[in-house]
Design a protein. Structure first.
Length: 207
């Protein structure tokens, strides 16, 4: 089954950005450990507020105990497709500052997301795909993984090589083949005041 889920854009984006998307059909092929390590190395070099580096990752390989712990706490809707991914990553962030433990790190979630973005793009450069999820029982999964107080589990990511859409049940197959949609830039890039579309967008269009 042929499909192109790359970003539909006239702009020439970097290939890892252009071709990234979140598949549901994964190939069960294992991810070589050097590629896996490189993904986390990319996350490690992500920027963070005060260089706090609040991100922590718990990695499960399909068939091992960690994977089962993570998988068992996903919502049913996510279990339907995430079972084929060879790796699941639980992403956790540290909520308070290391130097001033009584102070909340208000950038903790932001920094976790940014580290995941770095990980995702490095994965894409190595031919892998990532599908992030927030559909799981946070409280139970934090308990199952022994996430300590002061840390928060925020997403689970399925990682692997792309599989065949036809391996999915019919309902998910339709979603897998459907077009990716985005709001126009005018809705999100402003100048002057919030809500005023940036003039350079019009100028660029007119060219
Ligand atoms: C924080 C976060 C939580 C998400 N949770 C889920 C989820 O529980 N289940 C799911 O199928 N997709 C989930 N997604 C994937 C988004 O639906 C997907 O990224 C979005 O529709 C855009 O599609 P694209 O990544 O293919 O461009 C999540 C993505 C993010 C960033």
């Amino acid at each position: 089954m042929n499909m192109d889920k790359s970003a539909r854009t006239n702009q020439v984006l970097h290939p890892v950005l252009h071709h990234r998307w979140s598949p549901r059909a994964f190939d069960s092929r294992a991810i070589p450990t050097d590629i896996l390590e490189r993904m986390f190395e990319a996350a490690r070099w992500s920027p963070s507020s005060s260089n706090e580096q609040p991100w922590r990752f718990i990695v499960g390989f399909n068939g091992d105990e960690t994977h089962a712990r993570i998988f068992d706490h996903l919502t049913e809707a996510n279990r339907l497709w995430a079972s084929s991914a060879p790796v699941l990553i639980a992403a956790v962030t540290k909520l308070n500052r290391t130097k001033y433990p009584e102070r909340e790190n208000t950038a903790a979630l932001y920094d976790l997301g940014q580290s995941l973005a770095h990980l995702t793009f490095q994965a894409a450069a190595d031919g892998l795909f990532i599908h992030q999820m927030s559909g799981f029982n946070t409280y139970e999964l934090e308990k199952a993984l022994g996430v300590p107080d002061g840390y928060k589990l925020f997403t689970v990511s399925a990682v692997g090589y792309k599989g065949k859409p036809e391996q999915l049940p019919p309902k998910l197959l339709i979603r897998e083949l459907s077009e990716r949609v985005r709001q126009p830039l005018e809705n999100m890039v402003f100048t002057g005041m919030f809500g005023q579309a940036a003039a350079f967008l019009q100028e660029a269009k007119a060219k």
